[in-house]
Design a protein around this ligand. Structure first.
Ligand code: ADP
Ligand code: MG
Length: 236
């Protein structure tokens, strides 16, 4: 059975989708079988970042009971398997997020790493995403409001029995107004397992629809994502 890790935050826009895409591709490059799940039911955009077009069947169809799981699994960059979210409002209304719990058991048999891109906040869909991962990685920016929201998410995850592995600090600029790694570890009571700098190449890569670790593997953020992936894979 593979490791299922949910990437969550409190606030939106901290970099969860970017992080899942790049760590997923990096793990695949290290030879791991990787499955990425877009569990951000209402703001599905993982497949966009991965440059995947023409996705007739999505997780939404499966959650609505209108398609088989196997028909919603696509091959992405570097051989990662991707279960995309859908974009139609009609399907969002029909989707039953609680079905994710049943699906995840099946999906866990299919790879070494199942990375789940969670929605922000603590709505039903977000809590469902927290529930289906066995482990949690918090993706946060080094600002107090983002950290306090992340703390709430971490506490909810723990109540649900999901193990917090650590936090990734994203868009770090090292300005004085940012909290330090040590301060953040003290507040969240989890180790910081990666520091990803603010990097203009992230937006360029997503505009091209090519994950940064492929598009520009020597850019600072790509190096950081590869280091985190190596840690997760137990390399080095
Ligand atoms: P979330 O999934 O948490 O909502 P995204 O991954 O969609 O966040 O990222 C939000 C925005 O921040 C996107 O425009 C993305 O390109 C940008 N971004 C994410 N990480 C970085 C980074 N390290 N450097 C610069 N921009 C980033
Ligand atoms: Mg996202």
């Amino acid at each position: 059975e593979g490791r299922s890790i949910v990437f969550a935050s409190g606030k939106g826009g901290t970099g969860k989708t970017t992080t899942v895409a790049n760590i997923g591709v990096a793990l695949a490059q290290f030879g791991k079988e990787v499955i990425l799940i877009d569990a951000d039911i209402t703001m599905a955009n993982l497949s966009l970042i991965l440059g995947m077009e023409d996705i007739p069947i999505t997780l939404h169809d499966v959650l609505a009971g209108e398609a088989e799981l196997k028909d919603a699994i696509y091959e992405g960059p570097a051989g990662v398997k991707v279960i995309p979210g859908g974009l139609s409002l009609e399907k969002v209304k029909k989707a039953r997020p609680e079905r994710l719990r049943e699906l995840i058991k099946e999906i866990s048999q299919m790879g070494d790493f199942i990375l789940i891109d969670a929605p922000a906040g603590l709505e039903l869909t977000s809590v469902t995403a927290l529930l289906i991962g066995k482990e949690l990685i918090i993706v946060t920016n080094p600002e107090i409001s983002a950290i306090t929201d992340s703390l709430k998410t971490k506490l909810v995850a723990e109540k649900l029995g999901t193990l917090p592995l650590g936090a990734i600090l994203n868009r770090v600029t090292s300005e004085k107004t940012e909290l330090s790694k040590e301060e953040i570890e003290a507040i969240l009571e989890v180790p910081v397992i990666g520091i990803v700098p603010e990097d203009p190449e992230v937006k360029r890569a997503s505009a091209y629809g090519v994950p940064l670790v492929i598009k520009n593997p020597t850019s600072p953020a790509a190096i950081a994502y590869k280091q985190i992936a190596a840690k997760l894979a137990g390399i080095k």
